[in-house]
Design a protein around this ligand. Structure first.
Ligand SMILES: [Zn+2]
Ligand SMILES: [Zn+2]
Length: 454
């Protein structure tokens, strides 16, 4: 089997991996790098320019796994794209939203790049999407190569891929995964051991803290901090990713209200695309893995975040919780605007509930607050602002922490492990520690475009 990573290999960037196995060309995910714009955000397909791609497996609808689909479709229009039904619905929504956003950014001059695709290109993509249920075997090349999705515990519709060859070799791609349950969705259900080749994510490989915190303890701390801010009349901003983290956090807030851990009358404000995603979560509640299929995200009462300045000032003068995108507080998003408004006032709080890169506003603000910096520049029009409000981070990740990953690998007994989707330091830690857990395994960290044969 040949393996080539096509996304930047020393970063989380665009997830996209090519396999040549049993004579078939297979691609695992076709993401785009959310931190780049234009062609630089796409996977580099040049190492496989002259190869054939027959099948593509899309594991979940996050941008770093789907944003490169139109570019891939343009190069290999006959390749069949397999994905779970929920991922198909979410991917459609997310790609349309991405096309609109790219066009708007170019038109208003905030991006130098024309949109990489438009609605017309997406029509072509939708023709080659094939919805596949979990554990449904797909014949890729008759008896010679079969594949199936299994449930990966990351978010609605998320899946890992298991491929089996005619000579009974088993290849497993974890994609983004969590083995522990979250609030709405249960933990992953892995195929049985042994696996021959394990292609594993590394997102939290360099995070020594995640594994020391239990979810139950973190929930208690989160509810207490929320209650304290609301009791003093403050507003809490929770910057979230629109897909996954937003719905999990809304479910958690609903539970806190039911248990009277926070005042049940506290208004919760949401806006934009995350509301549409919540509806899709609810639509699939009986047909996708759930902890409680009866739970609906919309059973947690939500008000629309107000658009006028006057109305915004009014709601920020009362206790309330704002669940707004983007998670990393990218400039001009709602979470960024509200953060600028709340930042200077002691009674308010900005609580991060997901991952942020250090060089984006969420990461910068967290770092500045933790290091006791006097102020921060979030918006050049406002200038340097003192950090008066409470700033904290709570860990409710949809990714396995690094001990979880090493335990998972040990259970699957692979002979080869290929580490992907993580920064260099994360892969370095995992490689060292996996060697102890899996002493027989060969552990590889291929560079972008590097062909390895296993
Ligand atoms: Zn993801
Ligand atoms: Zn990812």
């Amino acid at each position: 089997m040949d393996f080539i990573s096509l996304g930047r290999a020393n970063d989380i960037g665009a997830s996209c991996h090519y396999l040549e196995v049993s004579g078939s060309g297979v691609i695992l995910d076709a993401g785009a790098d959310p931190n780049e714009e234009g062609p630089a955000s796409l996977p580099d397909f040049s190492p496989i320019e002259h190869r054939n791609v027959e099948h593509v497996f899309i594991t979940h609808a996050h941008h770093d796994h789907i944003g490169g689909i139109p570019a891939l479709n343009a190069k290999w229009p006959r390749a069949r794209l397999h994905l779970t039904p929920a991922t198909r619905t979410l991917t459609t929504l997310m790609l349309y939203a991405s096309a609109r956003l790219q066009r708007r950014k170019y038109d208003e001059g905030s991006s130098a790049f024309r949109a990489l695709f438009d609605e017309g290109d997406l029509e072509d993509v939708f023709d080659v999407l094939h919805a596949r249920e979990y554990d449904e075997w797909i014949d890729l090349r008759g008896e010679h190569l079969r594949a199936k999705f299994y449930y990966s515990g990351h978010l609605l519709g998320s899946a890992g891929v298991l491929l089996t060859t005619a000579d009974q070799r088993r290849i497993c791609y974890t994609s983004d995964t969590r083995t522990e349950a979250q609030t709405i969705i249960p933990g992953a259900k892995y195929p049985s051991a042994p696996i021959d080749v394990l292609i594993m994510e590394s997102t939290l490989g360099a995070d020594p803290i995640a594994e020391t915190i239990t979810r139950a303890e973190e929930e208690v701390r989160f509810s207490q901090r929320l209650a304290a801010v609301l009791d003093r009349g403050g507003t809490v901003l929770l910057p979230v990713f629109m897909l996954g983290r937003a719905q999990e956090i809304l479910a958690l807030l609903g539970r806190f209200k039911m248990q009277n851990l926070i005042d049940p009358a506290t208004p919760i404000y949401t806006a934009g695309g995350l509301r549409e995603v919540s509806r899709i979560y609810d639509d699939y509640r009986f047909s996708s893995p759930r902890i409680d299929p009866d739970f609906e995200v919309y059973s947690v009462e939500q008000k629309r975040f107000p658009w006028t300045r006057k109305a915004r000032n009014r709601v920020m003068n009362q206790p309330g919780i704002h669940v707004l995108t983007s998670g990393m507080m990218i400039e001009r998003t709602l979470s960024h605007q509200v953060a600028v408004d709340l930042l200077e006032h002691e009674k308010h709080a900005i609580f991060f509930v997901g991952f942020s890169k250090d060089d984006l506003p969420a990461g910068k603000l967290l770092h500045a607050a933790q290091s006791g910096a006097e102020g921060i520049l979030l918006n050049p029009d406002r200038g340097m602002q003192p950090i008066g409000c409470e700033v904290d981070r709570f860990r409710f990740s949809g990714h396995a922490h690094r001990q979880e990953l090493t335990e998972l690998a040990a259970k699957l007994q692979p002979t080869t492990i290929i580490l992907v989707h993580g920064e260099t330091e994360a892969k370095r830690w995992l490689k060292e520690n996996l060697q102890e857990h899996c002493p027989e395994a060969r552990i590889l960290t291929p560079a972008q475009g590097e062909r390895i044969t296993v």
